[in-house]
Design a protein around this ligand. Structure first.
Ligand code: GTP
Ligand code: MG
Ligand code: ZN
Length: 291
């Protein structure tokens, strides 16, 4: 058997780059369906190449370092969350993606694209995410601003670009890597159409990066003890143990140090407000978990 990595998957066919750098088209063995395992772009696999024009067989999926379901990719080490001034950022979506990344042990950076069109989204990102330990990089695929800084973050990592449709993920990758991925205009996106339809892993110029289809909705489905949620908010860490109640969920408890820090301007109110939304959702899912 040969080892390789899935670089694309569509219609039940998987494109794999083998260790010999050749590209193979494979079908997954039936056992994966029985095991409720879906091969993901980024998976390291063992496979039997096909003969001539025949497709080969995907035999094993090697253990994953990380896995995401939205976008559906495996073995990412850096998630680049892309936002832009247009379409208007959905920061709750960003917080959900960021939480998922942190739970999987991935690093995350926030790339605020289309900085040529205005700096408001960049200012909001700086205000809310710098203290959450997320590097914020202002970029423009149009003018090239910030691309060197973004490229430096991507070096040596397996990177995935994720975010709403139309923020410019594919355009950024084209500018960074000199590619010609299909990009779309905003009017198409307003009709709910996505330009990129499938995740793909691109390896070029010393960078390994995945382009993924945008989305506008992300169901929150992390099932975890609600008391763990705050661990993924580094901006709360300095106040750990300072609240009147222990444990304090930093929800609506009286004498909450996070609430006080927020009122004193030390923590972003927007992040706290969205944290509390996710806390409610986490409590609900935790109560329903065995139903
Ligand atoms: N002004 C400006 N427009 C940009 C910039 N980057 C991307 N765009 C435009 O934004 C639109 C959407 O870009 P795409 O790259 O297709 O967006 P995407 O995030 O890949 O969208 P999906 O594939 O649907 O998820 C295109 O019309 C791009 O030309 C930028 O830096 N500045
Ligand atoms: Mg795209
Ligand atoms: Zn508290």
């Amino acid at each position: 058997m040969t080892q390789g990595q899935i670089i694309e998957g569509r219609g039940g066919l998987y494109t794999v780059r083998g260790e010999d750098k050749n590209v193979y088209v494979l079908r997954a063995k039936k056992k994966f369906r029985r095991q409720h395992m879906t091969p993901l772009v980024g998976d390291y696999v063992l496979f039997t190449p096909g003969e001539g024009e025949e497709h080969g067989w995907l035999e094993e999926i090697l253990p994953r370092k990380s896995e995401c379901l939205r976008p559906p990719v495996a073995n990412i080490t850096l998630l680049v969350l892309v936002v832009a001034c247009a379409p208007a950022p959905d920061w709750l979506l960003i917080d959900k993606l960021l939480l998922g990344a942190r739970m999987q042990g991935m690093d995350a950076v926030l790339a605020v694209n289309k900085c040529d069109l205005g700096l408001q989204a960049a200012q909001t990102a700086q205000r809310d995410y710098a203290q959450a330990n997320v590097p914020v990089i202002c970029v423009s695929a149009g003018t090239g601003e910030g691309l060197a800084e973004l490229r430096a973050q991507m070096q040596g990592r397996t990177v995935c670009f994720a975010g709403q449709s139309g923020v410019g993920k594919s355009t950024l990758l084209n500018a960074l890597l000199g590619l010609n991925l299909q990009t779309g205009d905003i009017s198409r996106i307003e009709r709910g159409k996505h330009t990129t339809r499938h995740a793909s892993l691109i390896e070029t110029d010393g960078l390994r990066v995945m382009d993924t289809p945008g989305f506008s909705l992300l169901e929150f489905e992390q099932v975890m003890d609600p008391v763990e949620l705050m661990e993924y908010y580094p901006e709360f860490a300095p106040y750990q143990g300072c609240c009147r109640f222990q444990p304090c969920y930093h929800g609506s408890e009286p004498g909450c140090a996070v609430q006080q820090a927020m009122e004193a301007g030390a923590i972003s109110p927007a992040r706290v407000k969205r944290y509390r939304e996710l806390l409610e959702k986490t409590r609900q899912l935790w109560r329903e978990r065995y139903d």
